[in-house]
Write a protein that binds this ligand. Structure first.
Ligand code: PLP
Length: 346
């Protein structure tokens, strides 16, 4: 299962024209999203839009939400008397950086009159490189799109960039009743595109990053980071004890072959050592470790150093195939492994 979302912003116009304003029964409105997306999305539904139902749509084996799955969910909802109003598709999920099929989902949303928002928090930065733009096929069918330059575009936290295809829906949410919408103004009334009327000023730091690095500099940064992740992937692949589970942009997930307990104890050892920060994730019912390249200062030597640490920890769990010279602890290791296996079986 995975989660990609339906929400209820300008519900009455665009999404559920037959629900009267204010008297709308929120229990009948549905939101839906992708599981490997981000934990906060779920919390948004349970706190901000308390009464809105949030559905989790299953994804395919690559962790992507497909149009056909969404279509079925929408039909089921309508049959049950619900009003699907918004889909939040994920462009680069937090767990494995998978990409929902925007084009397929967009077709369903257009046909069913459902707002389509894209959460591209991390991976949105990659779109600065033309070679990754194929991933955003169908973007013209999207109503709103958000990415966080503070995640991967060298801007310090926080800075989120949000685009609307048509801002009039959002302007209608204007909570500042004293300030009517100025139809004749040619400057966008940005303070009306949100619930509060003011925000901290983030445009300048974004502007500085763009000016200092330039498009070329940012492209180079993305390519370098993806290259480092690929380098890590190849190091993991070179060791028979390991398997790569996913590898997308700067996010690589891997595990020790065999029982989950092996990978789990590897993770425990890495955490106890406190030198490397990696996180666990459950992918296709298997325990995996996420390795993410995200600091602007990461270099090839850091990747190699990280891999050596992981390998050394793994040596304490699974004996390396080829015995290395001076590797004298083999016998006690074997005993440990046997003990571990016995523990797992019991
Ligand atoms: C990280 C992430 C978020 C949240 O980002 P913040 O930095 O907390 O604003 C949302 N969605 C996805 C897919 C993410 O990876």
């Amino acid at each position: 299962m995975s989660y990609n979302t339906y929400i209820g912003a300008s519900i009455e116009k665009r999404v559920a024209p037959n629900i009267p304003r204010r008297s709308c029964d929120f229990n009948s409105i549905h939101a839906c999203n992708n599981e490997s997306c981000y934990s906060c999305t779920g919390r948004v539904y349970s706190t901000l839009i308390q009464h809105l139902n949030n559905d989790i749509a299953p994804t395919d084996s690559d962790g992507c939400l497909r149009g056909s799955t969404l279509q079925k969910a929408v039909e089921q909802d309508r049959k049950n008397g619900f009003h699907p109003c918004c889909v939040i598709a994920t462009f680069g999920t937090t767990g494995i950086c998978s990409f929902d099929k925007v084009e397929e989902i967009g077709d369903v949303c257009q046909k069913e009159s459902i707002w389509l928002h894209i959460d591209a928090a991390y991976a949105g930065t990659a779109l600065i490189c033309p070679e990754y733009r194929y991933l955003m096929k169908g973007i013209e069918k999207v109503d709103s799109f958000n990415f966080n330059p503070h995640k991967w575009m060298k801007v310090n936290s926080d800075c989120s960039a949000l685009w609307f295809k048509d801002t009039t829906h959002v302007e209608q949410l204007n909570t500042n009743r004293e300030k009517p919408i100025n139809k004749s103004s040619t400057t966008p009334e940005i303070q009306l595109w949100q619930i509060p009327n003011c925000r901290r000023f983030r445009a300048l730091k974004l502007w500085f990053v763009l000016r200092i690095n330039g498009v070329k500099g940012l492209q180079k940064h993305v390519r370098q980071q993806v290259g480092l992740a690929k380098h890590f992937e190849s190091l993991v692949r070179s060791d028979e004890r390991f398997e790569i589970c996913t590898s997308n942009l700067g996010v690589v997930t891997f595990r020790l072959k065999g029982l989950d307990d092996l990978t789990n104890s590897l993770l425990e050892r890495i955490h106890q050592d406190k030198k490397l920060f990696v996180a666990p994730y459950l992918h296709k019912q298997k325990f995996v470790i996420r390795f993410v390249v995200c600091s602007s200062f990461t270099e090839q030597s850091d990747i190699e150093n990280s891999w050596n640490q992981i390998k050394n920890h793994a040596n304490k769990i699974v004996v390396p195939k080829r015995k290395r010279k001076g590797f004298s602890a083999t016998r006690s290791l074997k005993r440990n492994v046997n003990l571990n296996e016995a523990k797992m079986k019991s």
